[in-house]
Write a protein that binds this ligand. Structure first.
Ligand code: HEC
Ligand code: HEC
Length: 400
């Protein structure tokens, strides 16, 4: 039945519909503001996709990642314009040190980071590598985790859901307001970022329109951080059959993977090439536990004293100083600790099977072998990957 034989009101409705569709179609074609849809980001590896920690409301796109990279390096994220008060993620998180600050940083001597007002961070840094596969919570104590319903109520942060301490998105506003980082305000940061002409088009590409909000800034930086992936260490190449290990590296691998060294329980294996379980453990460093921000401060469980998230051993060659408090400066010092310095306490994890006799007690050659194996986890292509680097090295506001 054609529309001309139907009831009058139906006819009017049908005609109105046709006019409306034509109007939409024409305005879609002629509109100068027609936005391009962002392109979905493709990860360069297909490893354990089902474990990737990507919130449903922040899908990864090439444009989002690009915007995030700019903001990660832009010192104006501090909400200030004077050269001494610039700060961004890249102030502390340096690519050449697997995004830690390193032991030789000119400002943060021996890896001791502090904020714009000089207040030290509670802990030493952690590597920022393969974090997209961590579902156990971020930071040494897992304070930022998916179950966390606590809001950033201090420092005048708005009481809305984007200010939960839940995921990588949360690190951005936390950096802005934390006294040991920028000690600033989200309003001031927004104002400064909005005033930079290059940003509105970048936000439009990433999110469909030019609106600049803290939620979008956080989402873009989190997307960039999720792309920081390492999969090209010598050991990865060995597993792909591209290179051989030396005899010493093979022996070290054997020590690592057996009860002799007992490292694999916590730090992974070829089957778990993140080289961490991301779980929280007490690895027998101490007898007295005085840190008020250890794992027990998050769980409220007194048996979690002295527990910290197991750090990945990828690029461990470049991430000194080591442990949550930066107490060891070299890999040799760490190996000495695991070899003969283990301390018994009721809090030590049962997986530290060597704690009963105080260490592994390897001889010097075996220690060298174990170290040689650890060095096969170095991925220098990660440290020099142009996609992770400062996008505006000439710009004086960008952190070198
Ligand atoms: C003043 C130095 C400093 C600045 C600036 C800084 N960070 Fe950090 N970051 C740290 C330190 C120190 C830690 C370890 C904190 C802890 O766990 O106690 C850390 C931890 C992290 C972690 C946790 C890593 C993990 O494996 O759990 C993430 C993610 C992170 N920072 C992201 C960022 C982002 C994104 C920015 C910028 C918005 C930023 N940081 C700015 C010093 C800094
Ligand atoms: C019971 C779990 C466990 C076992 C077993 C274990 N570790 Fe660890 N490892 C940890 C934890 C937890 C930390 C962080 C502790 C801290 O920050 O205070 C750590 C830290 C490290 C670090 C410092 C990394 C950094 O970036 O700061 C290295 C290197 C290391 N372990 C190597 C080894 C080696 C080699 C072995 C075997 C000889 C081993 N671990 C066995 C849990 C373990």
């Amino acid at each position: 039945m054609s529309i001309f034989h139907t009831h009058k009101s139906q006819r009017i409705f049908s005609l109105a519909l046709i006019v409306f569709i034509q109007f939409v179609a024409v305005s879609y074609i002629v509109s100068p503001k027609r936005e391009k849809v962002p392109t979905p980001y493709e990860f360069p590896v297909s490893y354990a996709k089902e474990y990737m920690n990507i919130p449903a409301d922040n899908p990864m796109t090439n444009e989002g990642v690009e915007l995030g990279r700019y903001l990660f390096y832009d010192g104006r994220l501090s909400g200030r314009l004077d050269k001494d008060s610039l700060m961004s993620c890249a102030s502390c998180h340096k690519q050449e040190h697997s995004f830690e600050c390193g032991i030789d940083h000119p400002k943060y001597k021996e890896g001791k980071t502090f904020g714009l007002t000089g207040i030290p961070t509670p802990h030493a840094m952690m590597p920022m590598i393969n974090l997209v596969w961590n579902n156990e919570g971020y930071m040494w104590n897992g304070y930022v985790n998916k179950k966390n319903e606590s809001l950033g109520s201090a420092h005048g942060v708005p009481q809305t859901s984007e200010f939960h301490k839940k995921n990588l998105e949360s690190f951005v506003w936390m950096m802005i307001v934390a006294p040991h980082e920028c000690n600033g305000s989200v309003e001031r940061t927004l104002e400064v970022i909005k005033s930079v002409p290059m940003y509105p088009p970048l936000f439009a590409k990433a999110f469909g329109d030019e609106k600049i909000t803290m939620e979008r800034i956080s989402k873009a930086i989190a997307q960039f951080v999720r792309t920081l992936i390492s999969f090209n260490s010598k050991f990865d190449q060995f597993m792909r059959g591209e290179v051989e290990l030396t005899e010493s590296e093979r022996r070290g691998f054997f020590i690592f993977e057996t009860e002799k060294g007992d490292c694999f329980h916590c730090h992974g294996s070829p089957a778990m090439p993140l080289w961490t379980t991301n779980l929280f453990m007490n690895n027998a460093r101490d007898i007295d536990f005085t840190d008020s921000s250890d794992r027990s401060s998050v769980t409220g469980n007194p048996m979690d004293k002295g527990k910290y998230r197991v750090p990945t051993l990828r690029n461990v060659e470049f991430t000194a100083p080591y442990m949550h408090d930066g107490r060891y400066k070299t890999l040799d010092e760490i190996l000495e600790f695991y070899n003969s310095g283990l301390k018994r306490s009721p809090y030590v994890d049962p997986l530290m099977i060597n704690v009963n006799h105080g260490g592994m007690f390897l001889n010097d050659n075996e220690l060298q072998d174990l170290k040689a194996f650890l060095l096969t986890l170095s991925d220098t292509s990660f440290l020099t990957n142009p996609a992770f680097s400062n996008p505006c090295p000439e710009d004086e506001y960008f952190i070198k």
